[in-house]
Design a binder for this molecule. Structure first.
Ligand SMILES: [Mg+2]
Length: 244
C-alpha cells in the first residue's frame, strides 16, 4: 500500500461528510515537518565559524540536505573534537536558531505546499501548530510561508505559535488540543516528533496522524502503531492540484 493512502482515504471521506458535520481541521507542525531546518543550521554554523576559524574546514563539509537534529553532533561526526568550541556553538545556536532572521533560511520539503493546498481545497481548515515562539519568530514564519507559497493566515488558515520561547513544545501543543476540539474535528495531523504524533493519536483517535520521517529529537519514544509513517510528502496531490 502506498504510504500516502491513509491521507487519500481521509480526503475521500471529506466528500461525503453529513450536512452539519463539524468543521474538518488539518494540523501541521512546521520545523522538520513542512520546512527542512538543514539550511538554517548550516547558516548558523557558517556564521559562527566566522568567529572560530578552526571550525571552518569542518563546516565546509556539512551539506544542508544531510544535516541531523543537532549541528554540534554533525560536526563531531566529521571529526571536530574541541568540546569548548562546540559548547560555544551550542550557545550561539540557541541564540540564533529561534529568530526571524535565520528561520527564513529553511527550505521546504518537496510536496509540502501541494499537500497543504490540496487538503485545504478538500475543505479542511489549515492549522499550523508550531513550537516556534510568537515574539521571536512570527514575522519570519509569515515571510517563509509566503515565500514558499503556503496558504497564509486568514479566516480558514490559523498560525499558532508558542506565546513564549521558554515554554516546552509538547506541553504547549497538548494545551492547544482543547482549542482544536472546540474549533472542529481534527481529521489530519502531521508531525516529525514521535512523541507529538503519539499525543495527537491519543487526543484525536478518529484522525489520520502522520509522522513525516525526517529528523527528530534524540531518544524518541516508540511510535504508536496507529500513526502512519510517511518517508516523503511528495505524492499524488501534486497531480491533483495541477488538475484543479
Ligand atoms: Mg517539528
Amino acid at each position: 500500500m502506498s504510504p500516502h493512502q491513509p491521507i487519500l482515504e481521509t480526503l475521500r471521506t471529506l466528500k461525503s461528510r453529513p450536512a452539519g458535520a463539524r468543521r474538518p481541521i488539518a494540523v501541521y507542525d512546521l520545523d522538520s515537518t513542512l520546512f527542512c531546518t538543514g539550511p538554517r543550521n548550516l547558516a548558523i554554523a557558517r556564521a559562527f565559524a566566522e568567529y572560530r576559524h578552526q571550525l571552518r574546514p569542518f563546516v565546509d563539509r556539512l551539506e544542508e540536505h544531510r544535516m541531523g537534529w543537532n549541528v554540534m553532533a554533525d560536526l563531531e561526526a566529521l571529526g571536530f573534537a574541541d568540546k569548548a568550541i562546540l559548547e560555544e556553538l551550542r550557545h550561539f545556536w540557541r541564540a540564533t536558531f529561534f529568530t526571524d532572521h535565520f528561520v527564513k533560511m529553511d527550505s521546504v520539503y518537496p510536496g509540502a505546499v501541494e499537500l497543504v493546498k490540496t487538503v485545504q481545497n478538500s475543505g479542511c481548515l489549515t492549522y499550523y501548530l508550531t513550537g516556534r515562539d510568537d515574539p521571536g519568530m512570527r514575522q519570519g514564519t509569515l515571510e517563509a510561508l509566503s515565500a514558499a507559497g503556503f496558504p497564509l493566515p486568514c479566516e480558514n488558515v490559523i498560525l499558532r505559535l508558542k506565546p513564549t520561547w521558554e515554554e516546552e513544545d509538547l506541553a504547549f501543543k497538548t494545551q492547544v488540543f482543547e482549542e482544536l476540539h472546540a474549533l472542529g474535528e481534527v481529521v489530519l495531523a502531521f508531525e516529525n516528533e514521535p512523541a507529538n504524533a503519539n499525543r495527537f493519536h491519543h487526543a484525536f483517535p478518529g484522525a489520520t496522524v502522520v509522522l513525516h520521517a525526517t529528523i527528530h529529537a534524540p531518544n524518541p519514544e516508540p511510535l504508536d502503531a496507529g500513526v502512519h509513517v510517511l518517508p516523503a510528502l511528495a505524492g499524488p496531490w501534486i497531480e491533483a492540484l495541477a488538475l484543479q
